[in-house]
Design a protein around this ligand. Structure first.
Ligand SMILES: [Zn+2]
Length: 320
């Protein structure tokens, strides 16, 4: 008898990663193609279809494809659309309609942070939890909010944009065009902006002074912090403070059992977890204090995004 698998697809600005995942969260085969951000969506999906078929031919004798889950930026779960994704020149596209041309199977799409949240619930750190929030820290800051075992999509399918709640109304300009969003502080570019802000306020010697903005990476800040560099450590403290304050707010909205930090900056471990936890508790309403766990993702790093997209459709299949 063949084992059921679903196809999990994570469409990113640079690469589109996909894989076949069984019900226990085991990824039996995985591959990727470049996204080519200037290409229209139907061209990407056609290329993807060919590669998926190629990969499926390596597992189809023992496995049967039963559904397709997709994580993509600005994806609308209700409509099946991707709408004005910031890093792709797509406009508004109905991705699920195109996918249906190739596969007559149950399929679902949501943004990558929501997919990560369902992934954590089925296969990762949120197993057995009904109320939690996943924060994805990468180029930007995404969030997936689960309440009473259900992902919150909201009235229009776009709920869970903690990254674009305001930390400082007079603060940094954000990619969304407004000022002071959390994402402008807590993200790969956010921590770089913090380093340059600290440098502008001191004459202290720093290895960072020889780099311009594009040359500096968040990895370099991490490496310097591990060596005890004062400015790098201060940048992590500031990042954790902004995140901690906004997470204390998020707790007041849904009273989660845990908040899970996923990807990118979250991999900095104690450097980001310690200040975030400290400031989150400091700014928390007293009835919630010392109750909310702050946890790292427990999805295997290499294919976490694929597992999240696969979990999205496994979740649907179980409800049918
Ligand atoms: Zn914003």
């Amino acid at each position: 008898m063949k084992t059921d698998i679903v196809l999990g697809i994570d469409i990113g600005g640079t690469n589109t990663v996909f894989g076949f995942v069984d019900e226990k969260g085991k990824c039996v085969a995985e591959s990727s193609i470049p996204t080519n951000s200037n290409e229209p969506a139907d061209v990407l999906l056609k290329r993807l279809h060919l590669k998926v078929d190629e990969l499926y031919s390596t597992v189809h004798e023992t496995h049967k494809l039963v559904g397709i889950g997709i994580g993509a930026p600005n994806a609308n779960y209700f409509k099946g659309t991707v709408e004005l994704p910031p890093n792709l020149k797509w406009g508004i596209v109905n991705v699920l309609e195109i996918v249906k041309k190739y596969y007559d199977l149950p399929s679902a799409i949501t943004n990558d942070a929501n997919a990560a949240a369902i992934g954590e619930m089925q296969f990762g750190a949120a197993k057995g939890m009904k109320d939690f929030i996943v924060i994805t820290l990468g180029t930007g800051l995404g969030s997936g909010i689960v309440v009473n075992g259900q992902l919150v999509y909201g009235a229009d399918g776009f709920a869970g944009e903690i990254g674009h709640t305001i930390y400082d109304p007079e603060g940094r300009v954000c990619g969304c065009g407004r000022k002071g969003c959390l994402e402008a502080y807590v993200s790969a570019s956010g921590i770089k902006r913090t380093v340059f802000e600290i440098l502008s306020k001191t004459n202290e010697e720093s290895e960072f002074r020889k780099f311009n903005f594009d040359e500096l990476t968040s990895k370099m800040i991490y490496d310097a912090a591990l060596r005890g560099d004062k400015i790098a450590l201060e940048a992590f403290d500031t990042t954790g403070k902004v995140l901690g304050i906004k997470l204390a707010d998020a707790v007041a909205h849904t009273s989660p059992e845990a908040i899970i930090l996923f990807g990118g900056l979250a991999l900095a471990g104690d450097l980001i977890f310690n200040p975030t936890k400290k400031y989150m508790e400091e700014f928390m309403l007293n009835i919630f204090r010392d109750k909310v766990k702050l946890l790292p993702s427990a999805l295997p790093g290499g294919n976490a995004a694929v597992l999240g997209a696969a979990a999205l459709i496994w979740n649907e299949l179980k409800m049918i």
